[in-house]
Ligand binder design. Sequence first.
Ligand SMILES: NC(=O)c1ccc[n+]([C@@H]2O[C@H](COP(=O)([O-])OP(=O)(O)OC[C@H]3O[C@@H](n4cnc5c(N)ncnc54)[C@H](OP(=O)(O)O)[C@@H]3O)[C@@H](O)[C@H]2O)c1
Length: 243
Amino acid sequence: MAGPSLLWPESRAPSERPAVWINAAMSLDGKLAFSGGKRATLSSPRDLDRVNGIRATSDAVLVGAGTIRKDNPSLRVHWERLQGLPPLEGIRRDPPPYRVVLGSLRDIPASAKIFDGTLPTLVFSTRGEDVSRSQGSLKVVACEGPRVDPMVPLRWMRSHGIRRLMVEGGSAVLSTFLQGGLFDRLTLFVAPVLVGGSLAPSLVSGRETHTEGDLTRLRLTASEPLEGGLLLTLEPGVGPVVA
Ligand SMILES: NC(=O)c1ccc[n+]([C@@H]2O[C@H](COP(=O)([O-])OP(=O)(O)OC[C@H]3O[C@@H](n4cnc5c(N)ncnc54)[C@H](OP(=O)(O)O)[C@@H]3O)[C@@H](O)[C@H]2O)c1
């Protein structure tokens, strides 16, 4: 198992925000899920162990409201999955990592796992949100709209002691953080499958690109085969020019 990739890149993060570690699993054609966003299991079992290792050493795990609506994730650490990993630096069982949602609570049913009261949960939404929903373990932070400037939640979290933020998706959130350069590491499990179609969400959506100058460039720092797939580790910045 890749020991170094479970060490947080904290020293590279600017002091105004937490270190941001983005993790995702995608198909060979860059899809995150099935058509219409139906959840697809693209990670291998050992990759899921690794993902839990990142969660267990983070202070907070962030997803977009779209992922909550589609996947209803618990965003909890599955402690039982950590047994095959090397000793992890900075595991935080108590308090456990916050779960963080970017977007509105609209269309998220009261039965959603993020409302189960078992973990501290932050929601960063625009001003139309009902902040009176903040109670118990749930805190709603109203941000200036119409879209949340991602630096607002990042600064808020940093000033509230969150130094390590894992970002798990989905497509809109990954676009914001990746194309905005708001990350210190990206780990990407590439599954040897093709999803196909045009209605399955891609790793990034975001703005249209027209020239090489519009490309978001990343630097590949490691690649390793993992259970038939490929685990890539990347950082922001320019590597060898490939396009
Ligand atoms: N393979 C993987 O690793 C992985 C991981 C996670 C998710 N996924 C997949 O990703 C898909 C979901 O992706 P998605 O793009 O639909 O959803 P998403 O990125 O999870 O969430 C999009 C929503 O987040 C909110 N949002 C994002 N940026 C915002 C901003 N700057 N300000 C305010 N709100 C913001 C908006 O919520 P409002 O609509 O409330 O405005 C937006 O509709 C699902 O199919 C899921 O299965 C895959």
